[in-house]
Design a protein around this ligand. Structure first.
Ligand SMILES: Cc1cc2nc3c(=O)[nH]c(=O)nc-3n(C[C@H](O)[C@H](O)[C@H](O)COP(=O)(O)OP(=O)(O)OC[C@H]3O[C@@H](n4cnc5c(N)ncnc54)[C@H](O)[C@@H]3O)c2cc1C
Length: 398
């Protein structure tokens, strides 16, 4: 817990992947770093997510061509590839135990999904198209029309990765203060963050509270909408049950906006996620809804016991592109990964560390993107988003 007044080069607010990966990058560059976390390291989305290690940054970088030009769009595509490399290199370099496994399959529920995959395969030589029967070797379900396999994406234990990275940062000298909610920020060239029992003055402050930040920073409160996603974990599966569900031991997503995502844990449980809820609330009957979803995909698992159920909040950006920029003075921020942040947080952590140490090229591209406020103000944006989500769900059915 933060007590007393401290001073460092960079103070980071939030101990998820955004904050922790930025801390590692800054420590590697020789900066003195303090990280302040309201709860425990990785308490938020980073410790609760589906563990799917997927490349790409944002939904459609090309949509920002008018603002950032061809060079900016190309840079964002390159960052989308780099982000997975950063994670795998960090795990290797620091020997972080987090059950990394390679292999990702995306599955099609509609013919138009298959047509999209064919287009993507033209640009991505590693993408292997799978017809319905080839898919069965990875995902043993009748509901899909086909899919694609990517050997260079995969899955891991996100909580262990984040805690492992925090230890790496700590070993390099970062000071980590848990159970220390930041209550106030003084915006200045040497910003100060304040908790109930202490403060930290720094050359730069970086706000990484994402969907859990509440109303601490109005600019972000207006632009990052917390949405709930839920995960169930089965009992440990037998070899027969695995053969009848996920024989490929790959990470899997379907192609809908309100998607299902799943994988096996290292101890052979099926972790099945979905049920994106833009009302920001967890539905009361999560267990029933999630079990129905899982049974629909894998009828062979109808009788398995569910051992764990949890949910988390992810930060959604209106234009589904992560948000990065400068508030006032030397206070920077990142967040709003829109449901896809395990890998992207890592390249944005690197980008922030570059910016703080004087190389703002990549930061400037991202910071120049205009992120829209969620319409409807505080009162109406949740019902508005719930309606928007209904629209996406209807579109997913076509
Ligand atoms: C259920 C679920 C499943 C997901 N599955 C995947 C997936 O499979 N693959 C994928 O790529 N992405 C997935 N995501 C998204 C991904 O988890 C996030 O994009 C990513 O973890 C965001 O990391 P972060 O550090 O920005 O935010 P978080 O991990 O949410 O961290 C923010 C931290 O800031 C702290 N904080 C907030 N306010 C303050 C304050 N005032 N003072 C101090 N600390 C504060 C919070 O306590 C929290 O620990 C999923 C998200 C959820 C919720």
């Amino acid at each position: 817990m933060l007590k007393g007044d401290h001073s460092v080069d960079v103070v980071i607010v939030g101990g998820g992947f955004s904050g922790v990966s930025t801390a590692v990058e800054l420590c590697e560059k020789g900066c003195s770093v303090a990280l302040v976390e309201a709860n425990r390291i990785s308490w938020g989305a980073s410790g609760r997510n589906g563990g799917q290690l997927i490349g790409g940054l944002g939904h459609d970088p090309a949509a920002f061509r008018r603002t950032i030009g061809d060079a900016g769009v190309n840079e964002i595509y390159a960052m989308g590839a780099e982000c997975v490399d950063i994670v795998s290199e960090r795990i290797r370099k620091y020997n972080i135990e987090c059950d990394l496994k390679w292999g990702y399959v995306e599955v099609a529920l509609r013919p138009r999904h298959l047509r999209d995959y064919e287009e993507w395969a033209k640009d991505d030589k590693k993408l292997v198209l799978l017809d319905k029967s080839a898919l069965q070797a990875y995902v043993n379900s009748d509901i899909y029309l086909g899919g694609y396999y990517k050997p260079d994406w995969g899955h891991l234990h996100p909580l262990n990765l984040c805690i492992g990275e925090a230890k790496v940062a700590e070993e390099m000298g970062a000071k980590i203060f848990e159970q220390s909610p930041v209550e106030r920020i003084t915006y200045a060239n040497s910003p100060v963050i304040h908790t109930s029992s202490g403060s930290i003055t720094a050359g730069h402050a970086i706000i990484c509270g994402n969907a859990y930040l509440g109303s601490l920073v109005k600019h972000l409160d207006d632009r990052i909408l917390p949405a709930t996603s839920c995960i169930i974990a089965t009992e440990q599966l037998t070899d027969e049950q695995i053969a009848a569900s996920l024989p490929g031991d790959v990470a899997v997503c379907d192609t809908r906006t309100a998607l299902d995502y799943y994988r096996l844990s290292a101890d052979k449980r099926l972790l099945f996620g979905g049920l994106s809820n833009y009302s920001g609330l967890e539905p009361r009957n999560v267990e029933d809804i999630m079990r129905q979803k899982m049974n629909h995909v894998f009828p062979a698992l109808e009788q398995v016991r569910l051992d764990y159920i949890w949910s988390g909040q992810m930060g959604i950006s209106f234009r589904r592109m992560p948000q990065m920029g400068r508030l006032k003075g030397n206070v920077f921020y990142v967040g709003g990964y829109s449901g896809h942040g395990v890998a992207p947080t890592h390249v944005l952590g690197r980008t922030l560390a570059e910016a703080v140490t004087g190389n703002t090229k990549r930061f400037d591209y991202l910071a120049s993107i205009n992120h829209w406020k969620w319409p409807g103000g505080k009162l109406l944006r949740r019902p508005g988003m719930a309606l928007g989500m209904m629209f996406y769900k209807l579109a997913d059915m076509v």
